[in-house]
Write a protein of this length. Structure first.
Length: 207
């Protein structure tokens, strides 16, 4: 266990000091200093895998410290204290750093360097994980692979199939909790009626 802990500590240190997206990027360089935001431990059995930090999270260094985080915690049925207890809940976004904004002020997609460089090694170092909450299409495509649908809608309507598939960790797809998805939530009342009770039960069992 000590050896595994030391290996995870080294991996996290390398991630937190990574500057590839600014120094040797695969596309346009990151427009600001990298500030990786993630939380992991060797005891957390549940992991939230979202998109990438936004402007507020980049400033605070605290994942989901915004209105999207408030909604996600409400979906999960957890308190902030439970959500930020990294001994019980890990947070690993697809992009560790805030990717910047487009011309209209919207957040850019997660940087692709993170997943290519770090994700396989990081999840291999967390064998105790039992459930992945794949929040948004970027996380769903990485964690579900070819099983992910061609759109968020296609993936979400098959949430039971993805969640019940025999594998470890299990994958539970979720839409991003941003206000931009309000229209999607209105069009899909089954999300609150059918999916959220199952999500809350599974989260509670792991916490």
């Amino acid at each position: 266990m000590r050896r595994q802990s030391a290996e995870l500590d080294r991996l996290l240190a390398n991630i937190c000091s990574c500057g590839v997206c600014a120094e040797a990027p695969s596309r346009k360089p990151l427009p600001h200093e990298p500030r990786p935001v993630l939380r992991v431990s060797q005891t957390a059995r549940l992991v939230v895998c979202g998109q990438a930090p936004g402007t507020r999270v980049h400033a605070s260094g605290i994942p989901f410290s915004d209105q999207s985080g408030d909604r996600l915690r409400a979906w999960m049925g957890v308190t902030p204290q439970e959500f930020y207890d990294e001994t019980r809940l890990a947070i690993v976004p697809m992009g560790f750093c805030f990717p910047g904004q487009d011309a209209k002020g919207g957040d850019l997609p997660p940087r692709t360097e993170c997943a290519k460089l770090w994700h396989s090694s990081l999840f291999a170092a967390l064998p105790q994980l039992e459930l992945v909450l794949a929040v948004g299409s970027y996380a769903q495509r990485w964690h579900l692979g070819a099983a992910a649908g061609g759109s968020l809608q296609e993936t979400m309507v098959e949430w039971r199939k993805h969640f019940r598939k025999r594998r470890r960790p299990r994958i539970f797809p979720l839409p991003h909790p941003s206000w931009r998805n309000n229209a999607w939530l209105t069009r899909n009342p089954w999300f609150e009626e059918d999916l959220l009770p199952v999500l809350r039960r599974e989260v509670r069992a792991l916490l």
